[in-house]
Design a protein around this ligand. Sequence first.
Ligand SMILES: Cc1ncc(COP(=O)(O)O)c(C=O)c1O
Length: 432
Amino acid sequence: MHALDDHFHHAQVIINDRLLDIPKSATLAINEKSRRLQREGKTVFRLGLGQSPFPVPELMVSRLQAYARAKDYMAVQGYLPLREAIAGFLKRSEGLDRSAADIIIGPGTKELLFGLQMALDCELVLPAPSWVSYAPQAALLGKIVHWIPTRPNRGWKLTAEDLDAHCRRRAGGRCQLLILNSPNNPSGACYDALELEQLAAVARRHAVIILSDEIYSELHYRGDHRSIARYCPERTVISNGISKWAGAGGWRLGFFAFPPELRHLLRAMTVIASETFTSVSAPIQMASICAFEDSPALIGYIHACRHIMRGIGIDFSQRLRAAGVDVVTPGGGFYCLADFASQTEALRQRGIANAPQLAAALLEETGVATLPGEDFGLPDRLALRLALVDFDGEGLLQQVLDEPDLQVDLDRPELATLAQACDRITNWLPTA
Ligand SMILES: Cc1ncc(COP(=O)(O)O)c(C=O)c1O
């Protein structure tokens, strides 16, 4: 580098300190290693990336084609017919009375979540484990994050007692924003009615604001997803979108639904939206309306995806347990969380002392890519998140659409890659 360039780079181009504080995610290291192994001609089992294996429903695709010429900017809060369709979806699925005026559309819920954290003077409360991006967003905004541990024998779920104890410690301080995610990434945990009711009572008692991340709602294996908004509507913001259960992560569309009591917060977020992303792409908003309507085609698609993920989640976790790995059977979504604590000593003898080392060794020696629990707020556990999505979703979806009761387990030829990945993990284990 030229001396002048060097001076320019170091003296003037200074990166915001907050960015420097965010550690490089172990996910990136795993991705780089996966690519190297693939270049070397090795088979890599892609249990790292959490992306839907299913195609976008045909109905949405044909609408998108039809609306390709829509070119105008849309209202900042979102296209009104889309917001009306979402209000209808919330009424049908949760019995909630939220109107189009209570909803904002964003380019993915991730962007909306950043806006919410920016708008609210708060501290962030996260059950450990939680999804990878919540805490780094808080760090970018200079916010304090409180992690509340959960236990595998409680299904990795936050308990009302633990939330209450946390809130008592913070009494009199800043507003606490709790993010509750069910069905959960990374654990697959789903909260039931009683658990939600108890958490809602604590939230109400301590004036906690809840962001209910329901991005996997329609992938609840039994179709029994419940929002905590049923029990605590006045302080719950619902977050959902088309990225997971409609297979359209790359379309970038999500929504937040606010109660009337939090309308000032919605207004603040609308200001942020108007000064940042303006509005979500017009054709994408128009084509997404049908994802929230009650059509037989969409219901058939969702039931089929659910049926497939249920068969996979139950069989995969059972096979791991049979090999001595602790896994809570997931209740929905794409993932399970495998805990290798019982193998701690044997793994240590192989030079593996933490989850990033475990993920790296597993990938190097078996070709199975996973993510370390550390990325999800579990730094002290030998836990890995497994995304059970390395299969031909389009082919299997069609089969289940043709035959809704099709038996789905890892013995199916379409799921041979997942079965093999599972075998490689269990054969690699010290105790196997
Ligand atoms: C739990 C959870 N929440 C939110 C998101 C973000 O989804 P999007 O920004 O596509 O709406 C994801 C995506 O991986 C997720 O797993």
